[in-house]
Design a binder for this molecule. Structure first.
Ligand code: TYD
Ligand code: MG
Length: 457
């Protein structure tokens, strides 16, 4: 009889070793779990194995009709609906609303006439029914299945001939023959590989739910990311109602789109006007707050940036934190404020926060961050109904930003009457048109120091 070999897998990063190591050398954590090695002939094949040489022009085009959930925010993040035969992994913390989102999506597919199977390994059918009732949606013809054994699930899928399948969740499905516990690295990898194969061979779209957990025996779905076509992360603060869906990987669309929802008693609701949501709690006339029109994917969004500058009493290195913003970018702006504007911030604790849980990567936010900090330092509010946009360079210059027209339009829609912006954007067509209309005051600046003079009341 063949000897059973074991392997030690890291359930965080997927690192593999045949020798017991005590801790994972990559994550430096106590994250190694012992598992049996799968015999080579039993391991599932990937889509790319055993192929023939083919001329590219002879391959039939994948450009086919996309399937729509009818949930606009989700369809947009998917790149305009989902492609038949693709596999989408939806990750997120437990309780964030993944099951709710995908049940809503499943019911959306059903109402457009598609055959959908929702496989639940986490909840009973009765619980699923209760959830559907709570969502108040008509799910008469949604097929549901409560099972956790892979081969049974596969045969039910083959039998049901669906166009879309939801697996809730990947951590609960297991292949009996592999042994171990559901959610172990080997189970996750093998089950996902088989699902990917099923998706490609039968042209079924799969939505696979995966929990992101740091502790416990459940493996993070990170190791699955390279196997699937699209990875969506569902984020948000469990204690607040809004949820943000973003694509971390998308073979069929952009990864810069955001989907914004709020969790209500009757399920997830799309946010039509995210700027209003992000600005709703904004205190009027308070120092340290600045509004900036940013571009999130194809869409402009007004967000509030808050800065707090206070003398540091710790005696050591002052604290610097940034939420929703790259800390290195924040440090650069603080240095520019010191050196080019002359604000003595060396011995101050500095906190920066982008309100609403969005993470902003684009440098167009620089001016707003710098002005929010200066406003907090001087304890004077910035001008009311004014937006600030511009990239700040190392010499304190304010550089032009792209897609200004869309940004300003969003501000106008939200009732803003003034915008301090880079002088380099003066040439823009929209700029001249707006000046002629006279409903939005545009104040061009060349440097951060100049902006600071004009930005306070
Ligand atoms: P759920 O979709 O079960 O999260 P996940 O699958 O990511 O673990 O939803 C979790 C929370 O959402 C739960 O605490 C209850 C809340 N919820 C609502 O507020 N409204 C609703 O209509 C539903 C279905 C859930
Ligand atoms: Mg769930």
């Amino acid at each position: 009889m063949a000897k059973i070999r074991t392997v030690f897998n890291c359930h965080e990063c997927g690192y593999k070793t045949y020798k017991w190591a005590g801790y994972c050398p990559v994550c430096k954590g106590d994250t190694l779990v012992e598992e049996q090695v799968v015999p080579a002939d039993k391991s599932p094949r990937l889509a790319g194995e055993g192929g023939e040489l083919t001329l590219l022009e002879q391959i039939p085009s994948l450009e086919q009709e996309r399937l729509l959930t009818g949930i606009k925010e989700l369809d947009r993040v998917l790149g305009g609906g989902t492609v038949p035969g693709s596999v989408v992994l939806v990750g997120g913390d437990p309780g964030i609303g993944k099951s709710t989102l995908l049940l809503q999506a499943a019911l959306g597919f059903v109402s457009s006439g598609l055959q959908v199977i929702y496989v639940t390994g986490e909840e009973s059918l009765a619980q699923l029914k209760m959830r559907a009732a709570r969502l108040g949606l008509n799910g008469q013809s949604l097929l549901v299945l409560a099972d956790t054994e892979y081969s049974r699930i596969e045969s039910k899928i083959t039998e049901g001939r669906p166009q879309v399948v939801v697996i809730d969740s990947i951590q609960t499905v297991m292949k009996k023959e592999l042994g171990g516990v559901p959610g172990s690295v080997i189970q996750l990898r093998e089950v996902t590989a088989s699902l990917v194969q099923l998706a490609k061979s039968k042209q079924i779209t799969f939505f696979i739910i995966g929990h992101v957990t740091k502790e416990g025996v459940l493996a993070g779905p990170r190791i699955l990311e390279h196997m699937v076509d699209c990875v969506l992360n569902f984020e948000g603060d469990r204690y607040q109602s809004f949820r943000i869906l973003r694509a971390a990987k998308n073979r069929f669309g952009s990864t810069s789109e955001l989907g914004i929802f709020t969790m209500e008693a009757e399920g997830l609701t799309e946010v039509q006007n995210p700027s209003a949501l992000f600005l709703s709690e904004r205190p009027a006339f308070s120092p340290g707050s600045a509004v900036v029109p940013v571009m999130e994917g194809s869409r402009p969004l007004l967000v509030e940036v808050q800065g707090l500058v206070s003398p540091s009493y710790s005696g050591g290195i002052p604290r610097r934190t940034a939420t929703g913003l790259d800390i290195n970018r924040a440090s650069l702006l603080i240095a520019v404020l010191e050196k080019r504007v002359g604000l003595p911030l060396t011995s101050c604790d500095i906190f920066i926060n982008v309100v609403g849980g969005v993470k902003i990567m684009e440098p167009a936010v620089d001016l707003a961050v710098a002005l929010a900090l200066a406003s907090s330092y001087r304890d004077k509010p910035l001008k009311t109904r004014t937006m600030f946009v511009g990239e700040v360079g190392l010499t304190g210059e304010v550089r032009p930003v792209g897609r200004l027209a869309e940004r300003l339009q969003e501000g106008l829609k939200m009732g803003y009457t003034c915008c301090i912006l880079p002088r380099g954007n003066l040439r823009s067509q929209f700029f001249r048109e707006q000046q002629a209309k006279n409903n939005l005051e545009l104040v061009p600046v060349s440097s951060l120091a100049e902006a600071l003079d004009l930005a306070m009341e």
